[in-house]
Design a protein around this ligand. Structure first.
Ligand SMILES: NC(=O)c1ccc[n+]([C@@H]2O[C@H](COP(=O)([O-])OP(=O)(O)OC[C@H]3O[C@@H](n4cnc5c(N)ncnc54)[C@H](OP(=O)(O)O)[C@@H]3O)[C@@H](O)[C@H]2O)c1
Length: 273
């Protein structure tokens, strides 16, 4: 049974990917901060899903997890580094500890995990290392600067790793979702804009961004995103970047067509007036 490691399978995109690969007959090693909470999920077959605890807020957790997987299950065919979190707010008001936390979870421990998997995969001469980055790893949205910067870092890391591993047989892929209907936004954004805790200088603009976010009508489901991600992972070619889900392809195409500066002015007017 081929082995896929997917981080963050408790909800959203990771959960849909774990279900899809279990249906495909793969052995899935999935993570959650508290796997005990997922005890009642009936994972589909004919494959299997093994849950392992992973909290990426802990320094060294990514590399430690990879070592444990290699010892317990062997070298995976595919690693899908999916777990992540969003931060919303003006840069000026972001506490240093919060910035560190976002980069720890979305960037540093992802790098640590990937690095720890590489030697075993390189020795075998095959496999795929895929990082769920974001449309926000290619462009930046106001008040998501810290989150987007953590994903831009993963885009840069993936591109460098692509070069370094190209002759090794390991394929490196950056999966760039646009907007997907998951719990991630609700964890970072106030459910009631009236409860927005914001510095006065930014309040109106942040409310405008919340209205924009709430007005995005056509998001992709996690299930459809998982199908697109599986197609990307199946691709035997050496392509690095895969925009998936709502808005990812058209927005990136528009940015290429019109250039960075014009697109930034256009979106600034549209989002913030
Ligand atoms: N939804 C979108 O529109 C969208 C767009 C672009 C990119 N993405 C990216 O897609 C990935 C999956 O997001 P999603 O939308 O599916 O969100 P989600 O439903 O909130 O799932 C996030 C997963 O990451 C895990 N996670 C969060 N913090 C963690 C930590 N400190 N340590 C270990 N695991 C942690 C969560 O597990 P717990 O149960 O332990 O919290 C959960 O399984 C993320 O990397 C996100 O940035 C999403």
């Amino acid at each position: 049974m081929p082995l896929i490691v997917i981080t963050g399978v408790s909800t959203g995109i990771g959960r849909a990917c774990a279900e899809l690969y279990a249906r495909r007959g793969w052995q899935v090693v999935g993570t959650a901060r508290d796997p005990g909470r997922l005890g009642d999920i009936a994972w589909p077959g004919p494959g299997s899903v093994h849950l392992e605890p992973l909290d990426l807020e802990a320094v060294g957790s990514g590399a430690g997890f990879a070592q444990a997987v290699l010892e317990r299950y062997g070298a995976p065919e595919v690693v899908l580094a999916n777990a992540g979190m969003v931060q919303f707010g003006p840069v000026e008001a972001a506490p240093a500890a919060e910035i560190e936390r976002i980069f720890r979870v979305n960037t540093f421990e992802q790098v640590g995990m990937a690095t720890a998997f590489v030697p075993a995969m390189r020795e075998r001469g095959s496999g795929t290392l895929a990082f769920v980055t974001s449309l926000g790893g290619r462009m930046t949205f106001p008040f998501f600067a810290v989150y987007n910067a953590s994903k831009h870092a993963m885009e840069g890391f993936s591109e460098g790793l692509w070069h370094e591993l190209r002759s090794s047989g390991i394929r490196v892929k950056a999966i760039e979702p646009g907007f997907v209907e998951t719990a991630i936004w609700g964890k970072a954004l106030p459910s009631d804009p009236g409860e927005l805790d914001a510095p006065a200088a930014y309040r109106e603009q942040m409310l405008a961004m919340l209205r924009f976010e709430a007005g995005i009508s056509s998001r992709t489901t996690p299930e459809r995103s998982a199908e697109e991600i599986a197609r990307a992972l199946d691709d035997p070619g050496d392509r690095l970047r895969y925009p998936v889900a709502a808005y990812a392809r058209p927005l990136l195409a528009a940015r290429r067509l019109f250039g960075d500066q014009r697109m930034m002015r256009f979106f600034h007017r549209r989002w913030l007036g």
